[in-house]
Design a protein around this ligand. Structure first.
Ligand code: ATP
Ligand code: MG
Ligand code: MG
Ligand code: MG
Length: 571
């Protein structure tokens, strides 16, 4: 330590709010360069590399092949998938000297898809899993908590390519299991939750969230069934519907001739107050009715006529300009939108109260459903966040809400996203026409998965889950050094003995941080606690009597052992 490039700080950095940020800066693991941009100093870099090692080993174990792509990228591939635009302000864009647009890669689905297209051409080449451990760039709106949310950060991103859905599922499960092993080895407390796919697109997706009060993600879980989901991805039903006084009971309208959206809209315009246009389809079942100028604009969700609606028929009945998709976000934002069939029975089964007189509920949200062709229920959903004056606020799922699987109540907690796995499907392989020649001689479009781990974020996450008021406490797998050996005795024999012990421990395969500074024992002990190696060995006063002290940084326990047996006692 007398030569280590390290200066510990007594005070917390002014911009730090969360413990991991304060401690990693105070203990000299990282230093801030700009908001969300950090330098790694010797101890911090050792933790980062130790985490990389675990990630690398588990990725290799599932057959992943490590490659390294550039972070500086041309615009074109991201233009082809529209992410140049969709990514918005989070994308670091720049121009080269010739004026060509470039970016710093936030994630690399496009590049891996085009890379595979360039190299592979036959079904015999498949499947393949490629990964990299690389620096990513995102101009985060709120860089936060030091390296927890950086604008430059290290991610392990892996991509699988398969011939069919079964292959993709297999690759997805391999990654899921690899991630479980990684986070167990890193001794992280985490949960796996269903997630929405966000900017990646695609279908099935799960997040790995480290449990932490400083997390920015809220998840809910049902202790009875093990169901767990990011709140952004939960669709559940209001547990405490509040009927609005003075509204009549449900009424079913006969709506003859409403087998198409257009005819349903026509019927609504002729028979209900307000102006209606049909504007939405979801998987050929759902229709959103818009009433221009009303608040909220979406006044109804309905199924036209019968349950099995054929998409062609649906499209033919709505002018293309009016068709837009009812998205998952719509459902996430509004728990009253029940996916699938909506009818009075479904509403009642879900514990939702509904009322129907359109003149009374004018201007508020509606649900319309059909029990059978030609019969519709038009209703106001009276539940939490629906108020008598007709306003609706996004309804957040809360503690105590029923679990969507009906198994019990939901409990909410905070988490930090440490990993995210996606079954992308063909979103990117379609964009770049990534085909290989199939067994029958015909081209096969590949299906892709994408799998990320926040490697640098994990340094902060472990610090967050593993510290006390005195400092950091690293699990053995990631500790910068296995042993922190403090020389707390000025006697020459003791100093020589400590140096010998350090050499012996080193020979036994334990890396040792030797505190050979000319500082007082008190200062050294404080620093040892702050830096957080799992085992602290003290060569102190007892050395004259042939003993040293071993302190466990986790339990705080101190044991005296004979100098002769010191190596065995530590190992
Ligand atoms: P978040 O919800 O925290 O913004 P994300 O969903 O945008 O993360 P992904 O695109 O899923 O992130 O990237 C994969 C992983 O990369 C994340 O699970 C997370 O661990 C890590 N990560 C993402 N953004 C950052 C960041 N700004 N700093 C550090 N790690 C990050
Ligand atoms: Mg993000
Ligand atoms: Mg996220
Ligand atoms: Mg994510």
């Amino acid at each position: 330590m007398s030569t280590l490039f390290l200066r510990t700080l007594r005070d917390d950095p002014a911009d730090a709010e969360v413990p991991s940020h304060k401690l990693l800066v105070r203990a000299g693991y990282v230093r801030r360069v700009a908001p969300g941009v950090y330098s790694w100093l010797p101890l911090g870099l050792r933790v980062l590399k130790a985490i990389e090692k675990v990630v690398r080993e588990e990725m290799n174990a599932i057959g992943g092949q490590e490659i390294l792509l550039p972070a500086l990228l041309p615009r074109e591939p991201y233009e082809a998938t529209n992410r140049w635009t969709e990514y918005g302000d989070a994308l670091f864009r720049l121009k080269d000297r010739k004026g060509a647009d470039m970016l710093l890669g936030p994630t690399h689905e496009e590049l891996f898809a085009t890379l595979v297209k360039g190299e592979y051409s036959s079904y015999k080449d498949m499947p393949v899993i490629l990964y990299q451990i690389q620096t990513k760039y995102r101009d985060e709106e709120r860089p936060r908590a030091g390296i927890l949310r950086g604008r430059e950060f290290v991610m392990k991103d892996a991509y699988s390519f398969d011939l069919d859905d079964d292959g993709l599922k297999k690759a997805y499960n391999l990654h899921r299991e690899a991630y479980q092993k990684i986070f167990e080895r890193l001794q992280i407390k985490y949960v796996i939750v269903s997630a929405t796919s966000g900017a990646m697109g695609g279908s099935a997706s799960e997040e790995f969230l480290a449990e932490s009060e400083v997390g920015e993600d809220t998840f809910v879980r049902c202790l009875e069934s093990g169901y767990a989901a990011n709140v952004e991805a939960v669709v559940t039903h209001a547990p405490d519907p509040k009927p609005i006084d003075g509204l009549p009971e449900a009424v079913v309208h006969d709506t003859p001739g409403t087998e198409t959206i257009a005819s349903l809209v026509e019927w609504a315009n002729a028979n209900l107050d307000g102006e209606y246009t049909a504007a939405d389809t979801l998987k050929n079942v759902m229709v959103k009715l818009h009433a221009p100028g009303k608040d909220p604009e979406i006044v109804g969700v309905g199924v036209p006529g019968d349950r099995e609606v054929d998409l062609k028929r649906l499209e033919a009945s709505v002018s293309p300009a009016e068709v837009e998709l009812l998205t998952d976000a719509d459902f996430a934002a509004n728990p009253f939108l029940v996916k699938g069939y909506i009818g009075p029975k479904a509403l009642q089964a879900n514990g939702v109260r509904y009322l129907v007189d359109p003149r009374v509920v004018d201007g508020t949200s509606w649900i319309t459903g059909a029990d059978e062709p030609g019969r519709h229920t038009f209703g106001l959903v009276a539940g939490r966040d629906f108020t008598p004056d007709g306003t609706i606020e996004a309804a957040e799922v809360r503690d105590g809400d029923p679990s969507p699987d009906g198994a019990g109540k939901l409990v909410s907690a905070k988490g930090i996203e440490i990993g995210h796995i996606f079954q992308l499907g063909q979103k990117y392989t379609d964009a770049f026409e990534v085909d290989v020649l199939g067994e029958n001689g015909k081209p096969v479009r590949l299906t892709q998965g994408s799998y990320g781990v926040g490697v640098s974020r994990l340094v902060a996450v472990i610090a967050e889950q593993s510290h006390d008021d005195k400092g950091l406490r690293w699990p053995k797998t990631v500790a910068p050094f296995a042993v922190h050996l403090v020389i707390a005795n000025k006697d020459e024999a003791a100093i020589a003995g400590a140096e010998q012990l350090a050499a012996d421990l080193d020979a036994a395969g334990l890396e040792v941080l030797l505190d050979d500074r000319k500082a007082s024992p008190g200062v050294k002990f404080k620093d040892a606690e702050l830096l957080g190696m799992p085992t602290v060995v003290v060569v102190g006063r007892g050395y004259a009597n042939g003993t040293i002290e071993i302190r466990d940084r986790f339990t705080g326990e101190a044991t005296e052992v004979a100098v002769d047996g010191a190596v065995d006692a530590v190992v």
